[in-house]
Design a protein around this ligand. Structure first.
Ligand code: 5AD
Ligand code: SF4
Length: 473
């Protein structure tokens, strides 16, 4: 992402290019995931659906009979990056063909949704283009391709609910499931911020029914999961059908999930300020399993720009919201998304953005230079801010955000925090976990403690993580 502000890396950034996968003796699949946590979740579900159909994971695309690119459209030149990746896959497919092995190539995710048949026209190596609402059809579509079909485009929003048709969360192939899991509860967005492609690629807001979510959560917990992050493009607009048939809010869903024994921690992301209801804010004060961390994008500190972005809130309303959230949960750590250089943004309006950051104080933030996305209303605006001005603004913003992030991490040194130990560290004898505030925490710990929440004294704040020592076990 050369010209965009990179996510700060203290917490897991959206895992661009992260590979996950699934596979069998004779059929192997490699899933390469770009973008946000929802794509990570979707890749897992696709892998599990194919797993039920006899495919096994491989981390190396060269060994894969099926390669899936699960793409993201939110970054600049997203489609171009997919085409260049497809160029590499084409060369690999030719090489495999020479050895008498075929490779099925699938493009999934938001670029698939946005580009549709154009992908097959520009990259004939692609056998299937599939939108995110059709993943339950993947095994059947792949079978059709393996039987000789080519060039299938499946980007309609189908009638049926994909979640009803996907297999249950599969038992992990090797050992236990990681103790922290994602669970998508809501998809799509009706907000139509003028800079954003999501309402076009992911479609209208849809919420999963409560019982479906509870069943998936119970299954994850039975497989060893202790922490669940509820996902949605606009997760706090969640309004799924409750067990009694009536609409259920995110706060009600959180309460129901908190009742699951063995599930110790809950988080949710991403939220829109307009949908932070009093009920949800109260939940932060009342529900101990809800972690004290909230990602709440504000995008700009200037009301004129917020209106041009169609954000539906002012700077003062956002600040008042933060006050209410902090009253309910004084230790809450906030993170945010900010865009600099939206068309027409003046120096003073950028200063208002810096002022907002100073007033709120963030533990973590993702900041971006505005760049036009094809098809969005803002892309037709011509009062473009010069690249060098955008770059300079981004630098000033990131310096401020870095300083706030470092100050927050340093303030935790000497404190004892409950840390969920998630995985083995790089160094022998070390485990890596998460603080309640979503920091990565490294520390010496016996391997059998993986999956436990242990008290750790924070002894050092590093650039992208904390170091801790287990206390009183
Ligand atoms: N330009 C810059 N940043 C963008 N984002 C979304 N669209 C654009 C764009 N056109 C950022 C927003 C959003 C985050 C996921 O990506 O800050 O919250
Ligand atoms: Fe995009 Fe705005 Fe919806 Fe977030 S709320 S997904 S930025 S349209």
């Amino acid at each position: 992402m050369p010209s965009l502000g990179e996510p700060r890396a203290l917490f897991d950034a959206p895992c661009e290019g992260g590979a996950s996968a699934v596979h069998t003796e004779d059929k192997r699949v490699h899933v390469k995931t770009f973008g946000c946590q929802m794509n990570v979740y979707d890749s897992e579900r696709m892998g599990e659906a194919l797993g039920a159909d006899g495919f096994r994971n491989t981390d190396s695309p060269e060994d894969a009979d099926l390669v899936i690119l699960n793409t993201c459209h939110i970054r600049e030149k997203a489609a171009e990056k997919v085409y260049s990746e497809l160029g590499r896959i084409r060369a690999m497919k030719v090489e495999r063909q020479r050895l008498g092995r075929d490779t099925v190539v699938v493009v999934a995710g938001c670029v698939a949704q946005a580009e549709g048949a154009e992908i097959i026209r520009r990259a004939p190596v692609v056998d299937l283009v599939i939108g995110s609402q059709s993943y339950h059809r993947l095994p059947a579509l792949v079978a059709r391709i393996r039987a000789g079909e080519h060039g299938i485009v499946e980007t309609e929003f189908p009638e049926e609910d994909k979640f009803e048709h996907l297999p249950q969360r599969a038992d992990p192939v090797r050992g236990k499931r990681a103790p922290a899991a994602f669970l998508t509860v809501q998809e799509g967005c009706d907000k139509f911020c003028t800079f954003c492609v999501v309402p076009y690629t992911r479609g209208a807001e849809v919420s999963r029914p409560v019982e479906q979510i509870l069943a998936e959560a119970r299954r994850l917990v039975a497989q060893g999961v202790r922490e669940i992050t509820l996902l949605g493009q606009n997760v706090n607009a969640y309004h799924g059908r409750g067990s009694d048939g009536r609409p259920c809010s995110l706060a009600m869903l959180i309460r129901a999930l908190a009742g699951i024994e063995g599930l110790e921690r809950l988080r949710y992301t991403t939220s829109h300020p307009r949908d932070m209801t009093d009920e949800l804010i109260d939940a932060h004060g009342r529900e101990p399993k809800l972690m004290p961390y909230l990602h709440l994008p504000f995008q700009s500190g200037a009301d004129r720009i917020l209106a041009a972005m169609n954000r539906k809130h002012t700077a003062a309303e956002y600040l008042a919201l933060v006050d209410r959230i902090r009253q309910a949960r004084p230790d809450i750590a906030l993170s945010t998304d900010v865009i600099v250089g939206f068309p027409g943004e003046t120096d003073d309006e950028f200063e208002a953005t810096l002022e907002m950051v100073r007033k709120v104080g963030y533990a973590q933030a993702y900041s971006f230079k505005y760049s036009p996305r094809p098809g969005t209303p803002a892309s037709t605006l011509d009062s473009v801010v010069a690249e060098d001005v955008k770059a300079e603004r981004l630098k000033r913003l990131q310096d401020l955000l870095d300083a706030q992030q470092a100050a927050f991490s340093t303030s935790l040194v000497g404190r004892v925090l409950p840390v969920l130990l998630e995985r083995a560290g790089r160094k022998p004898g070390q485990l890596v976990g998460r603080s309640p505030y979503l920091h990565i925490v490294h520390g010496d710990a016996a391997p059998e403690l993986q999956g436990s929440i242990v008290p750790m004294e924070i002894v050092e704040a590093r650039a992208n993580s904390l170091a801790g020592v287990i206390k009183g076990l």
